[in-house]
Design a binder for this molecule. Structure first.
Ligand SMILES: *[C@@H]1O[C@H](CO)[C@@H](O)[C@H](O)[C@H]1NC(C)=O
Ligand SMILES: *[C@@H]1O[C@H](CO)[C@@H](O)[C@H](O)[C@H]1NC(C)=O
Length: 556
C-alpha cells in the first residue's frame, strides 16, 4: 500500500497539484469577488450585468484553462457555466475530468424551474454539491445505528484481544468478526476475485451475513489488485479497514475459546454449489452454525442475498423487522459501507440531479462489446448499426413508460467502445442519424454520455487471450482513473429510471443497486433473439428473483 501511495507523491507531480490547488483558490476568490461586484452592479446597471460578468469569467478562463466560464450564482439568479469543472478538493484521492458536453446541452433543454433547482447544486468553488443522501426517510430500514454500535464494540474488543487481555471478557458476549478478502490476482486460467461486479457481490453478501450474525464486518482488496479499496471508497458509517495478515496471526491459534480462524472460499461457485455452501441444512439453515470461527475470512465473488429472501425460513421475520427487503437490501447495504470519494460524488450528482427531474425519463443503456475494442482501439469497428437492437429496445421502453409529465427522454450510454460512444453522442447534432435510429421519439430524445476514460479493470486478464498491438503499462496513474470511471458509470446506471443492459455482472450490479425491481431489461446474448424482443412488453423486465439476475454469473 505504501509503495502505491508513494508513486503518486513524487515531487514534480505534487508541486503540480499544489500549484493547481493554489490557482483554484485564487480563481475562486476572483469569482466570488466577481459575484459580489455583479450583485452591486446589478443595482446600478441591471442590463449589463451578465455581459460584464461573462467577460470577467472568460478572461479568467482564457488565462488559466479552468474556472467558472460564465456561470452566475446569487440569491436571485443562477446560470450554469459553459463548462462544469471539478477543480479538485484538497486531499481528494481522485478528481474526475469535466463531464461530457452532452450534459450541458441537455440542461439547456429542461424546464426553467427544474434548471434553476439544478443550478442551486452547482458550486462555483468546488464544482458541484457532493451530498448523496442516505436513508433520510427510513427507506433503508432501522438497523444502521444498532450495527454501528455493534461495530465499535467489536473493535474495542479486538483491541483487548490483541493485547492478550482475555480475563476482561468474563461478562462480554463472544466477539466475532467476518472479513471479505480479495487477494487473488488473476493468473493463468484462474480469474482471481473478478471485476467490480463480482467483488461487490461477494463483499455485500458477506456484510449481509455479518448483520444476521452479530459479527463485525471488515473488507480488504490486496493493494495492487488493482488499487486499495480505501482509495476507491470512503467509509461513511463504519471503518472496515484492517490488516488481513495481522488478524490472521492473532486469531489462528488453537485451544483458546475466544480465538479461532476460519477460511471460507466460495470463489466462482455456481448456483447449485453456493446452495450447498450457504444452506447445507436447507431453508432452516442457521448462519451461526454455518461459519462459526471467531474470525472468518471470506474469499468470494458470489451473492446470496436475494436467495436468502427467497429460500430461508429462519430469517424472514428478522429481516422484515430490520426494514430490509429483497428489493432494497443490496443497495442499502452497499451505500452504508461504501461511498465514492468526494470529487467522484460531485461528478455523480451532476448526472443524478438531471435523472431525478420530474420532466425527465431516463433510460440507461449498457453495451458491452468485446475486450478487443479496448485492447486495440485501432481495431474498434463498433457502430450503431451493429448494436442497434439495444437502441431499439430503449425506444420501445421509452414509448411504453413515458408519462404526460415527461417532456424529455434521455438515453444514457455506457460502453467499452470509444467508437460506439462517439457515434451515439453525435446523434445530438445530427438530425438524420437521430431520426434513423430513434424513430418517432427523436425530437424529444437526448443522448448522454460521461466522457470518462474507458479501461478494463483487469487489463492483464484481457492480455491473456487477446493480442494487444500496443501494450500499455498497467500503472497506478492509469488504474486510478480507470477503476473510478468503472465505478462512477455503474453508480450512474443505477440512478436511471430504467436500464437496458448486457447480460453480465456489470449491468446486474447496477440493477441490484437501483433498489427498484423490474426496471431492468437484459438483452439476450444472441442478436437474433435480441432483435425479436419487444421491450414495450412489461414481461421483459427482469425480476430480482426469477431471472438470470440472481441465478447466473455472480448470482444474487
Ligand atoms: C480506519 O481504521 C484504520 C486502522 O484501524 C485507520 O488507520 C484509519 O485511519 C481509519 N480510517 C478512518 C477514516 O477513520
Ligand atoms: C463449529 O462447527 C463445527 C461443525 O459443526 C463444530 O464441530 C465446532 O465445534 C463448532 N465450533 C464452535 C467454536 O462452535
Amino acid at each position: 500500500m505504501t509503495a502505491a501511495y508513494q508513486r503518486l507523491g513524487n515531487s514534480t507531480e505534487l508541486n503540480g497539484l499544489l500549484f493547481k490547488y493554489k490557482l483554484a483558490k485564487i480563481l475562486t476568490f476572483l469569482s466570488l469577488s466577481a459575484v459580489v461586484i455583479m450583485a452591486l452592479a446589478s443595482i446600478v446597471f441591471p442590463d449589463n450585468v451578465y455581459e460584464i460578468f461573462e467577460k470577467v469569467a472568460k478572461a479568467n478562463d482564457d488565462e488559466n484553462g479552468i474556472g467558472n466560464s460564465g456561470g452566475i450564482k446569487t440569491a436571485t439568479v443562477c446560470k450554469l457555466p459553459t463548462r462544469l469543472d471539478i477543480p479538485g478538493t484538497q486531499d481528494a484521492r481522485y478528481t474526475p475530468p469535466s463531464p461530457d458536453v452532452s450534459l450541458l446541452k441537455i440542461l439547456q433543454q429542461v424546464p426553467t424551474d427544474e434548471y434553476q433547482q439544478y443550478c442551486q447544486h452547482w458550486d462555483p468553488v468546488y464544482g458541484f454539491d457532493d451530498d448523496i443522501p442516505y436513508n433520510v426517510n427510513g427507506e433503508c430500514g432501522n438497523w444502521q445505528k444498532r450495527y454501528e454500535d455493534l461495530h465499535s464494540q467489536r473493535m474495542e474488543q479486538l483491541e483487548r484481544l490483541k493485547a492478550g487481555d482475555f480475563e476482561s471478557f468474563a461478562h462480554d458476549d463472544k466477539p466475532r468478526y467476518i472479513s471479505y478478502f480479495c487477494k487473488k490476482v488473476p493468473e493463468n486460467s484462474n480469474r482471481g476475485c473478478g471485476g467490480l461486479a463480482d467483488r461487490m457481490s461477494g463483499m455485500i453478501s458477506t456484510f449481509f451475513f455479518a448483520l444476521l450474525t452479530q459479527r463485525a464486518y471488515l473488507a480488504n482488496w490486496a493493494p495492487e489488485n488493482p488499487i486499495p479499496l480505501e482509495y476507491l471508497f470512503e467509509q461513511p458509517f463504519v471503518n472496515w479497514t484492517h490488516k488481513p495478515s495481522e488478524l490472521k496471526l492473532i486469531f489462528d491459534v488453537p485451544d483458546n475459546e475466544l480465538l479461532g480462524f476460519q477460511y471460507v472460499d466460495t470463489l466462482n461457485q455456481n448456483y447449485d454449489s453456493i446452495g450447498k455452501s450457504v444452506f447445507p441444512d436447507g431453508p432452516s439453515q442457521d448462519f451461526e452454525k454455518l461459519w462459526n470461527g471467531t474470525y472468518v475470512e471470506v474469499h468470494s465473488n458470489r451473492g446470496y442475498i436475494v436467495r436468502t429472501f427467497d429460500q430461508s425460513t429462519r430469517y424472514t421475520e428478522q429481516l422484515q423487522k430490520m426494514g430490509l427487503t429483497k428489493e432494497n437490501a443490496f443497495g442499502c447495504l452497499t451505500d452504508f459501507l461504501f461511498r465514492p470519494s468526494v470529487d467522484a460524488r460531485r461528478f455523480l450528482n451532476m448526472y443524478r440531479y438531471l435523472f431525478s427531474m420530474k420532466s425527465v425519463l431516463s433510460i440507461g443503456i449498457q453495451i458491452r462489446t468485446n475486450d478487443n475494442a479496448l485492447a486495440n482501439p485501432e481495431l474498434d469497428h463498433n457502430n450503431l448499426e451493429q448494436w442497434y437492437y439495444y437502441i431499439k429496445c430503449a425506444n420501445e421502453l421509452a414509448t411504453a413508460k413515458r408519462q404526460s409529465y415527461h417532456t424529455r427522454t434521455i438515453f444514457f450510454l455506457i460502453t467499452d467502445s470509444h467508437k460506439l460512444r462517439e457515434e451515439f453522442e453525435s446523434m445530438n447534432n445530427d438530425e438524420d442519424l437521430r431520426r434513423k435510429y430513434l424513430g418517432p421519439g427523436s425530437e424529444y430524445t437526448s443522448l448522454l454520455v460521461t466522457g470518462l476514460p474507458i479501461e478494463h479493470v483487469e487489463p492483464d486478464q484481457v492480455a491473456k487471450y487477446i493480442e494487444v498491438e500496443h501494450p500499455r503499462l498497467t500503472s497506478w496513474e492509469r488504474m486510478v482513473p480507470g477503476v473510478n470511471s468503472a465505478l462512477m458509470e455503474n453508480w450512474l446506471l443505477s440512478y436511471t429510471d430504467y436500464r437496458v443492459i448486457s447480460p453480465q455482472g456489470y449491468g446486474k450490479l447496477a440493477a441490484f443497486h437501483s433498489k427498484r425491481d423490474k426496471t431492468t431489461v437484459s438483452i439476450p446474448r444472441s442478436p437474433r433473439r435480441a432483435k425479436a424482443m419487444n421491450c414495450a412488453n412489461p414481461d421483459v423486465m427482469d425480476a430480482y428473483d426469477f431471472s438470470w439476475l440472481s441465478h447466473q454469473w455472480s448470482l444474487g
